[in-house]
Design a protein around this ligand. Structure first.
Ligand SMILES: [Fe+2]
Ligand SMILES: [Fe+2]
Length: 304
């Protein structure tokens, strides 16, 4: 799959309707009215406090998340699948992955590379003092930090320890853009990147269920870790959406294929593991009901 085929498939409109994105419940389909948008921040902050517990800064510790992570770490699950670690690390460090990698190796490499972008994003945002933008921003930053720990735990189930490398120049540029420009300017880009991340985690869960079907304990653990992340990304999409006015929603719809192209083009594993039409359709149609069922949601989260 080429980068352009992903973005073309996202930009493509379903034959039966000329609406884009494809459904009226899509986060970018129409902006929320002002009153609803104002209310959303309060709802979202309550949701974060309920899901994550108290936030400690500068350690970025979230009381409830810390407890959940500690209980997972206290009962590690280890796969018996043989992973060629030398091959994994060679591909993890290479600019381009080699041909002929098996699906599980591609799956693990993709997790490691997403982790790279998440880690870089947190470092840049913390260095820029992004938490000063408000309590919600600080919570989101802390959640992104937990995503890197959850992905480390996932890789650990396969005996993989990685050294964090910087992501590609394109990903670094996207991170700096989101962190450094005023929030009102970057919300359209932020919502697009959160949507793309949400779709990747949704597909990763599906693939984990297939690849690890013969190791139920490992499958359940991997899926649990990925669902933790997916739950956050879905809420981040809801939050970002509430910060888009009419112009912002239009900008996000316009930018979506470009941002997705940048993100997916950077992750060669995506095109080897998933069908581009499927990714495009997932982003365009945004099946809220199915995604919500994947979430470890509280009713408050579903209200976003
Ligand atoms: Fe994340
Ligand atoms: Fe996120």
């Amino acid at each position: 799959m080429s980068r352009s085929s992903v973005s073309a498939s996202i930009a493509a409109r379903p034959a039966a309707t000329d609406a884009a994105p494809g459904t009226s419940s899509h986060p970018l389909a129409r902006p929320l009215d002002d009153e609803t948008r104002r209310r959303r921040d309060g709802i979202f902050l309550r949701y974060l406090e309920e899901r994550d517990g108290a936030l400690e800064w500068p350690s970025r510790k979230l009381a409830r998340r810390e407890a959940r992570l500690a209980s997972l770490e206290a009962s590690p699950v280890r796969s018996h699948k043989r992973i060629d670690l030398a091959r994994f690390h060679a591909n993890h460090e290479a600019d381009r992955i080699e041909e002929g990698l098996e699906p599980l190796m591609l799956f693990l490499l993709l997790v490691a590379k997403i982790n790279r972008v998440e880690r870089y994003g947190v470092e840049v945002a913390v260095a820029a003092g992004s938490e000063a933008r408000g309590a919600i921003d600080a919570y989101i930053l802390a959640e992104e930090d937990y995503h890197t720990r959850l992905m480390h735990a996932l890789l650990g189930s396969f005996g993989i320890e990685i050294e964090m490398r910087n992501p590609s120049a394109a990903s670094r540029a996207l991170v700096h853009l989101i962190v450094r420009l005023p929030k009102s300017w970057t919300m359209p880009i932020f919502v697009c990147s959160e949507l793309a991340a949400l779709m990747i985690f949704d597909l990763l869960i599906e693939r984990a269920e297939q690849l690890l079907a013969d190791e139920p304990a490992v499958r359940d653990r991997v899926v649990e870790l990925l669902r933790e992340i997916l739950t956050d990304e879905m809420a981040h999409v809801g939050y970002a959406r509430a910060h888009l006015g009419r112009t912002g929603a239009f900008a996000a719809r316009t930018l979506l294929p470009l941002v997705a192209r940048g993100i997916f083009g950077d992750l060669g594993e995506v095109s080897r593991l998933f069908d581009p039409q499927r990714i495009g359709r997932g982003i365009r149609e945004y099946d809220r009901e199915r995604l919500s069922a994947r979430c470890l949601c509280t009713p408050l989260a579903l209200a976003l």
